[in-house]
Design a protein around this ligand. Structure first.
Ligand code: FAD
Length: 436
């Protein structure tokens, strides 16, 4: 008798993949979870790493730790580069080798990636905020521009070095713009006081309002709170050119700036293209309500990379609760399939949305019913993010850091670390060791 358990490969240890893997713990399946990183990233707090409020390790959690007691869950750090649905294999590239893994069921949860809406050349001069590396790159960049501005004699150059442009009036854009301004206003302004540096934070939104899916009251409040903080918001003007030292808008306005943070627009993970099925809007992979990929039996997909419409014909949003709930459903439907049972359809429980705009400022739409603004919304935001952050140690450290920042106005992690130089040195020393 063949006692081999069905093998499930999960690609991506983000919110969807992690919740799927947790559902498989101690179930009669062998699970291999593959991610290019060895950690899970809590994306809602990335902007706090980018603005020196938190350390990267406080918002990331090692995947192996999560499953260390789960006998049926293994992890592999590597990048999936190919999928063969006929042979049911995937190709994985790790630091040391390339390997092929066989599956019975495949669950894809590789998230999304920024899009420039056909202006891919903007990318060359834009800073993105998608990964921990991105957040560190933004931190290094902003702090370095301030250091340069200090010794810059030319007034126009000094201004360009301390002007930060954030693109996108969604939650990530407004949170980042607010936090960057506070970094300047509460910390950098005082530390660089010998040089009288002034900073400008400009938020560009193509439409005519912030936070598009929110009710009017919250949108207006978000704008008021941002402006009262000191952020300049510009609506209804697309970007026509981006260079390393300026941004030009469609109406001809030229903004001299060495810092452009791209916080708008995402498309489905490029991994979706490997399945060779027609993709939906924004490169998202079409799935059935069961989360199985259309025309690709035994392949399931969840989260940001997927396209599934709700009962009103709108696609489910690319947010954490959708990814988590789809992850759990996909795992349960794979188990149902193994047991010869019918799959369940996706039934989204929407708990609402919230966005913070700096210290004591936020908007929250709880269960899409209760509307909160200002301090109360900010408290709700703090509580929810502490609760959902993975790991007791991370929660405690973040809490301590927030309390410290709140009372001292300090930002504890203002280090400029040259990641490229470090990576280069590491790779050289590894190569040296390997050749001896
Ligand atoms: C800055 C920022 C702030 C956000 N704030 C919020 C918020 O406050 N609330 C909210 O609901 N949503 C928020 N989001 C959106 C939220 O992060 C996503 O909706 C959610 O992460 C989607 O989960 P996922 O599992 O689909 O993908 P992800 O969580 O992105 O996970 C994808 C995983 O796949 C891995 N991966 C990708 N490609 C490969 C490959 N080829 N091989 C191996 N591994 C691969 C990645 O390393 C990653 O770990 C935010 C996003 C960003 C970028």
């Amino acid at each position: 008798m063949n006692s081999r358990k069905p093998k499930v490969i999960i690609v991506g240890a983000g919110f969807g993949g992690l919740f799927a893997a947790r559902t498989f713990i101690n179930k009669p399946v062998d699970v291999l979870i593959i991610d290019k990183n060895n950690f899970h990233t809590f994306t809602p707090l990335l902007y706090q790493v980018a603005t020196s409020a938190l350390d990267p390790s406080e918002i990331a959690y090692p995947v192996r730790s999560i499953f260390q007691r789960s006998k049926n869950i293994k992890t592999l750090m590597g990048t999936v580069t190919d999928i063969n649905v006929e042979e049911k294999t995937i190709h994985v590239k790790t630091d040391l080798q390339e390997k092929t893994e066989t599956y019975d069921y495949l669950l894809l949860a590789t998230g999304s990636t920024p899009t420039y809406y056909g202006n891919d050349h903007f990318k060359q001069h834009a800073l993105e905020l998608r990964t921990l590396e991105d957040a560190l790159a933004i931190r290094n960049h902003i702090l370095s521009r301030f250091e340069q501005a200090t010794w810059e004699k030319d007034e126009a150059q000094r201004k360009a070095l301390t002007t930060i442009v954030v693109v996108g009036g969604g939650p990530t854009g407004i949170e980042t713009a607010g936090a960057v301004y506070e970094l300047y206003n509460h910390v950098l302004k005082h530390e660089f006081h010998h040089h009288a540096l002034t900073a400008k934070v400009i938020l560009l939104e193509l439409g005519n309002k912030l936070l598009t899916p929110y009710p009017d009251k919250l949108r207006n409040s978000a704008l008021k709170q941002l402006e009262s903080l000191g952020v300049e918001v510009k609506f209804g003007n697309s970007i026509s050119e981006v260079r390393h030292d300026f941004v030009t808008l469609k109406d001809g306005t030229m903004i001299p700036s060495y810092t452009l943070i791209w916080a708008t627009g995402v498309k489905g993970s490029p991994l979706a293209e490997l399945l060779d099925v027609p993709l939906e809007r924004n490169g998202r992979l079409p799935i059935h309500p069961s989360t199985e990929v259309i025309n690709r039996p035994d392949v399931f997909a969840v989260g940001d990379m997927t396209y599934l419409e709700d009962s009103t014909g709108n696609p489910y949003p690319m947010v954490i609760p959708v990814a988590q709930q789809q992850g759990v459903l996909a795992a349960n439907n794979i188990l149902a399939r193994i047991n010869g049972k019918a799959p369940e359809p996706f039934d989204y429980h929407d708990r609402g949305m919230m966005a913070t705009i700096g210290r004591r400022r936020a908007v929250a739409w709880i269960y899409n019913k209760i509307q909160l603004t200002g301090f109360l919304a900010w408290l709700a935001w703090l509580g929810l993010h502490l609760l959902t952050l993975l790991g007791f140690r991370n929660r405690t450290q973040v809490f301590i850091n927030w309390v410290w920042n709140y009372f001292t106005y300090d930002r504890s992690v203002r280090l400029i670390i040259d990641m490229e130089e470090q990576a280069e040195e590491k790779s050289i020393s590894y190569k040296k060791e390997a050749s001896t």
